[in-house]
Design a protein around this ligand. Structure first.
Ligand SMILES: Cc1cc2nc3c(=O)[nH]c(=O)nc-3n(C[C@H](O)[C@H](O)[C@H](O)COP(=O)(O)OP(=O)(O)OC[C@H]3O[C@@H](n4cnc5c(N)ncnc54)[C@H](O)[C@@H]3O)c2cc1C
Ligand SMILES: NC(=O)C1=CN([C@@H]2O[C@H](COP(=O)(O)OP(=O)(O)OC[C@H]3O[C@@H](n4cnc5c(N)ncnc54)[C@H](OP(=O)(O)O)[C@@H]3O)[C@@H](O)[C@H]2O)C=CC1
Length: 507
């Protein structure tokens, strides 16, 4: 490495993983040449970073024009372009505008796209970036009824925020928010589903604030139709997501334990001879005081049939059914440049964030962590993990260039996620849902209706996971207990006792 012939780092993707990777390279990469390539004109950066505990972190995410990375880091060059292929033989990547760029070390941070059922149907949409939200906002304005499919982050946030239309929330499971919380916590949330939002507690330490620069402002071109970076914390904040019906503030029906069978056009529905079901004629999560006579309609623009035989008509379907990693480029260059993919479609990476391809690393939603995980960590496609992976990938690339050893970053020791659902602060730690523990664990619970839900998971007397909903103030203590592996058998009975200050207990 010398000043005349600097090491060339190239990072693809202007989401949180790519930008964090570039910023870390810029700080620690000595006099390297660093290039960031991103398809979208806006990038995501982290501001107001703070640690809630050793591992759990909160930060604001700011969307900025791509050139801001160059302005902030003088050794970084940014190009707004789409990478179409890669040749590991020549150590070159090729872009949609016909250019090629050589690299010594390359990091792929191309994120993911929504996994949409019935892709191509304009009435079935997925949500990922600013542009897709704008499309959704426009369509929702005319909607009287929306069906939301999926039981993860997007669906859980959207059902709470959507007003001015009926919402049918179709989930495969028997409890809500199942990707994040267990059935008990789902039950805890359920009573807030149709509640007047003003009466629901608003956690004072509301989560990470997501701020957005307005596309169209000077220096910020309107999105070009390329996939932008994924939205994130508080994406529904300050967004007017309102349907067509003034009569309705908030009305959600949960259709549990179902999968989508078919999606039908009005003509197909007519021909099928099926009868439309009424969401409000049976139970679960229904607030049907107003009746729905004003929704009597000859035909809906789209019909959806479920595995339980029910059929609902609606104006729009939101497919909040997860993420598909953007792991393949649009063109193939040489046969040796194919990534090995994991079962979930992510690029496989080892404990040094390396892919199967020489000198090519990956970070964020695009990758699947294939190293042997610490007993208390699991991968989920989240902001915090994308940021942590981007940072660690940069350090791994630098260590490789310098021929230095690098040990796994501490953040991969313990899973920690801080978010908000139904206005409750939610902290998830370790194997919070007993993931991969089989039946070999014990659960302790403390629930105060409408206030808090505390669940801890013990294995062999040791704390291995926790779900903390509400202002519990227990995250730091429980994180420490998970990390130090203390045998809690003698204290088990008192661990969640109200009035006991758990922290003092172990001092
Ligand atoms: C609606 C929504 C709400 C969310 N809320 C939360 C939340 O509350 N908390 C949380 O922790 N996580 C949340 N997430 C998840 C979080 O946003 C993602 O995990 C995270 O943003 C992933 O970052 P990334 O950098 O890996 O990918 P992305 O943000 O998807 O960035 C990928 C980048 O790669 C670029 N790109 C793609 N292909 C190419 C190419 N061929 N050439 C050049 N550039 C390319 C894209 O333009 C983009 O800039 C949410 C996600 C969504 C969609
Ligand atoms: N507050 C937060 O932390 C938020 C995080 N996010 C993140 O953004 C990304 C996108 O969110 P989202 O789309 O909600 O993804 P998630 O992975 O959170 O949830 C996807 C949901 O869709 C279900 N699903 C998958 N396929 C089907 C299908 N064919 N029919 C019915 N249901 C199906 C899944 O069930 P199953 O698992 O059983 O397959 C799961 O319940 C995720 O990485 C998520 O973690 C998004 C919003 C908020």
């Amino acid at each position: 490495m010398d000043a005349k012939n600097p090491i060339k780092y190239v990072v693809v993707g202007g989401g949180i993983a790519g930008v964090t990777c570039v910023e870390t390279l810029s700080v620690f990469g000595d006099s390297a040449s660093i290039t960031l390539l991103s398809a979208s004109p806006l990038i995501k950066t982290v501001v107001n970073y703070s640690k809630l505990t050793q591992v759990a972190e909160t930060f604001d995410v700011k969307e900025k024009p791509i050139v801001s990375v160059e302005e902030k880091n003088s050794n970084v060059h940014v190009i707004q372009t789409s990478v179409t292929s890669l040749s590991t033989k020549d150590k070159k990547i090729y872009t949609s505008d016909g250019c090629s760029i050589t690299y010594d070390k390359l990091c792929i941070c191309t994120g993911g796209k929504p996994r949409v059922i019935a892709e191509g149907n304009p009435l079935v949409i997925g949500i990922r970036d600013t542009e897709s939200v704008k499309d959704f906002q426009n369509k929702v304005r005319k909607a009287r009824r929306i069906v939301i499919i999926g039981n993860g982050g997007i669906a859980t946030e959207l059902v709470y925020e959507l007003e001015g239309c009926e919402v049918i929330w179709a989930i495969k499971d028997t409890s809500i928010a199942h990707t994040f919380v267990d059935a008990g916590a789902g039950e805890f949330f359920l009573e807030h589903l149709n509640k007047d939002k003003d009466k629901t507690p608003a956690g004072p330490s509301k989560r990470l604030k997501y701020t957005t620069a307005e596309a169209g402002e000077p220096g910020i071109p309107l999105p070009s139709g390329h996939d932008g970076g994924a939205l994130g914390p508080d994406w529904t904040r300050d967004l007017e997501i309102r349907g067509h019906l003034d009569q309705i503030s908030h009305r959600v029906h949960v259709e549990k334990g179902v999968e989508v069978d078919t999606i039908l056009s009005p003509d197909e529905f007519k021909e099928s001879g099926m009868e439309e079901s009424s969401p409000w004629s049976h139970t679960s999560g229904v607030n049907n005081t107003a009746g729905n006579d004003f929704l009597l309609t000859a035909l809906w623009p789209v019909y959806i049939t479920f595995s339980n035989g029910r059929v609902y008509g609606c104006d729009l379907v939101v497919s909040a059914t997860g993420v598909v990693p953007n792991a393949r480029f649009t063109e193939e260059r040489d046969g040796d440049s194919q990534f090995e993919l994991a079962e979930d479609g992510g690029i496989k990476i080892n404990s040094h964030m390396e892919t199967n391809l020489d000198s090519v690393y990956a970070a964020g939603d695009v990758c699947t962590a294939c190293w042997e995980h610490s007993p208390h960590w699991l991968q989920m496609r989240l902001w915090s993990q994308a940021r942590q992976m981007g940072c660690y990938a940069a350090k791994c690339m630098i260590a490789d260039v310098k021929n230095e050893d690098i040990s796994m970053d501490f953040c991969f020791e313990l899973f920690a996620h801080v978010t908000t659902f139904f206005r409750f602060k939610v902290v998830l730690l370790g194997k919070f849902n007993g993931q991969s523990l089989g039946n070999d664990y014990e659960v302790l619970l403390r629930v105060t209706k409408g206030e808090e839900y505390v669940k801890v998971i013990l294995q062999n007397g040791r704390l291995v996971g926790a779900v903390l909903i509400g202002e519990t103030d227990l995250e730091e203590t429980f994180e420490n207990l998970i990390l130090n592996g203390l045998d809690l058998t003698p204290f088990k009975e008192n661990l969640l006792e109200p009035g006991v200050d758990v922290e003092d207990f172990f001092d």
